[in-house]
Design a protein around this ligand. Structure first.
Ligand code: SF4
Length: 318
């Protein structure tokens, strides 16, 4: 659990380090198979909030973010209890942006209704792909159908602010598959999309497979093509409509000077600010390096138009 740095922009981040299984690319601080520790961890968070509260007296929290790990792997009563407790010991603004991450396989209509009723306003769903082969390559536990169902349930539960996380560049993923995932995600009309280029971290299942030569590293040229492929689906009604997205309140709090960043701690990350681009994009512009940007161009549907780069606009993942 940590607080934001500027008093007038304080945000509360609550880390829930439990997952059902470990995804192949993930090097977050999270654990599978330790469910018996959840209760003690929740109790420790409650106590820590009490201990930290005096240091934050007089500070209003504009956002609360439950991240992980998988916050929705907690029993719903525990998540509600934590939020209620933080509201008791901290000055959480009445209109605070309260977000939870969720794995599609951990939520149903009832669970989502309960956390919505408790005050969670924004849900970030880890969809990653609608291609079952890509999900398998990423070692995700859920199916595309599960992700679709979770999205529908989230809407049905009354959420008006939903983010979908997507990852591109898994081994075996083609540009056409990415197009299909992206098109479906946009058609669902979430308020926000976060798209991450897969990176291979050594201390992960995928990292070990790459080291052993069992799977290839992501192809940086193909990832560059995938990165560029976002803009064609940008002007969809209900998503961007050509207008900049509002930045999430959490991002405004923690990253006030980096308005076009899509990133996450120690995860596949793509920077879309004015700073250094990922290796894939630097390579793409180096005339001495291999270029494959025409790869699969013939397969691109004729209506697809290449436009400016910012698919996610100035906002990004919360
Ligand atoms: S990617 Fe998300 S769901 Fe998968 S192990 Fe990491 S934190 Fe858990």
């Amino acid at each position: 659990m940590s607080g934001g740095v500027a008093a007038e922009r304080a945000g509360l981040y609550v880390h829930i380090p439990f997952c059902m299984t470990r995804c192949g690319y993930c090097d977050f601080n999270t654990y599978a198979g330790l469910d018996e520790l959840k209760g003690a961890y929740v109790d420790a968070l409650v106590r820590e909030a009490e201990l930290a509260a005096p240091d934050w007296a007089g500070v209003e929290f504009a956002s609360v973010f439950f991240g992980g790990g998988t916050p929705t792997s907690l029993p719903v009563a525990d998540l509600v209890k934590l939020l209620d407790h933080f509201r008791t010991v901290f000055d959480v603004a009445a209109d605070a942006e309260i977000t939870s991450e969720a794995n599609p396989d951990t939520v149903d209509r009832e669970y989502l209704g309960a956390i919505r009723g408790a005050g969670v306003k924004r849900l970030s769903l880890g969809v990653q792909s609608f291609d079952p082969d890509v999900l398998e390559a990423l070692e995700r536990i859920h199916s595309p159908a599960s992700a679709r169902g979770a999205y529908s349930s989230t809407r049905a539960a009354g959420f008006g602010d939903i983010n979908l996380d997507l990852i591109y560049g898994a081994h075996g993923e083609t540009l056409r598959s990415w197009e299909s995932t992206l098109t479906e995600a946009v058609a669902m009309a979430p308020e926000h999309l976060s798209c991450y280029a897969l990176t291979i971290e050594p201390a992960t299942s995928l990292g070990r497979k790459v080291a052993a030569g069992l799977v290839p590293e992501p192809d940086p040229d193909l990832q560059a093509d995938m990165y560029d492929f976002g803009p064609p689906v940008r002007p969809q009604p209900g998503l961007l409509g050509g207008q900049p997205l509002p930045r999430t309140r959490r991002r405004r709090t923690f990253l006030p000077r980096r308005p076009k960043v899509v990133e996450r701690e120690a995860t596949p990350a793509v920077r879309r600010d004015g700073g250094k681009r990922p290796a894939a994009h630097r390579r793409r512009r180096d005339p001495h390096r291999r270029r494959t940007q025409d790869r699969e161009a013939a397969a691109r549907p004729p209506h697809v138009e290449r436009r400016s780069r910012d698919m996610a606009g100035p906002s990004s993942r919360g």
